[in-house]
Design a protein around this ligand. Structure first.
Ligand SMILES: [Zn+2]
Length: 265
């Protein structure tokens, strides 16, 4: 009897055949979609945010300290935070590897950074964000997806400064394989609304997480056309019963709470 009981306990702890297709998200939803926007661009204020607001959806805006839009339209960036959009950390100077960008100035080439310099920059960007949204906790997006400084992966250092980091390779992973500091990310650049909706449908089928990264919406670099962005939002709104659209910090808090709960079980 005791043997049978212990087998049952093991089975309950490790449900046999539990696949990603069976996992659910907040309130039993099929999947979670995070809409993220990088570099603090005017076109996000002009097109992306009004569209999100008219659909009642919240996004995550990864701001860079050097953004001209942030300087000239600071009150608008503050207002979107007050309205429930997330402001995230995308460094002050947007350092990227000069290996891929040959015109990169040495000062903004992450290959010439020290770890201490990188972390000081992220910490100072947190100060800037706190001035905008009054919050103590922020998520992070790797600039150009670059994570290595002085040969070390910054994902190992970031937990002291931020709640989570976006910029892992694009993949539909089961929850238990998600790393909060390498959250998988899919590029939206140049995609049509239909292509973006295809990605959402894959996330629905796989009961997975989909983080999309946008830059220019309706204008600016790495463009997605405004009407294509709207098509995606229309789909998300129509399927809000099944799809959880969340800022990255809400996703991170949900994953943290879930792993805490499992730890206590
Ligand atoms: Zn960027």
């Amino acid at each position: 009897m005791r043997t049978i009981l212990s087998i049952l306990v093991v089975l309950l702890q490790f449900p046999v055949g539990k696949t990603m297709a069976q996992q659910t998200w907040k309130n039993g939803k099929q999947c979670v979609v995070c809409l993220t926007y990088d570099d603090a661009m005017d076109s996000q204020l002009d097109y992306a945010i009004p569209q999100l607001d008219s659909h009642g959806l919240k996004g995550t805006f990864y701001l860079t300290g050097t953004s001209a839009s942030l300087y000239h339209r600071m009150e608008e960036w503050k207002a979107i935070a007050a309205n429930g959009h997330e402001l995230g950390n995308h460094t002050l100077f947007h350092p990227c590897s000069g290996k891929r960008f040959s015109d990169r100035e040495r000062e903004r080439d992450i290959d010439f950074y020290t770890i201490k310099q990188f972390l000081t920059e992220v910490r100072t960007a947190n100060t800037l964000l706190k001035g905008l949204d009054g919050k103590n906790r922020h998520t992070f997006a790797y600039t150009c997806g670059d994570k290595v400084v002085e040969g070390e992966n910054m994902g190992d250092y970031l937990p002291e400064l931020v709640v989570a980091a976006r910029g892992g390779d694009p993949a539909f992973l089961p929850k238990n394989e998600l790393n909060l500091f390498h959250l998988p990310t899919f590029s939206s650049t140049g995609k049509t609304g239909d292509k973006l909706i295809d990605l959402v449908k894959q996330a629905q089928q796989k009961n997975s997480l989909l983080i999309l990264v946008f830059h220019g919406v309706g204008g600016g670099h790495l463009l997605v056309e405004a009407e294509e962005h709207k098509k995606l939002l229309d789909y998300l709104k129509e399927h809000e019963k099944d799809i959880w659209v969340a800022p990255v910090i809400e996703l991170a808090d949900y994953l943290i709470a879930e792993s805490d709960r499992k730890g206590k079980m």
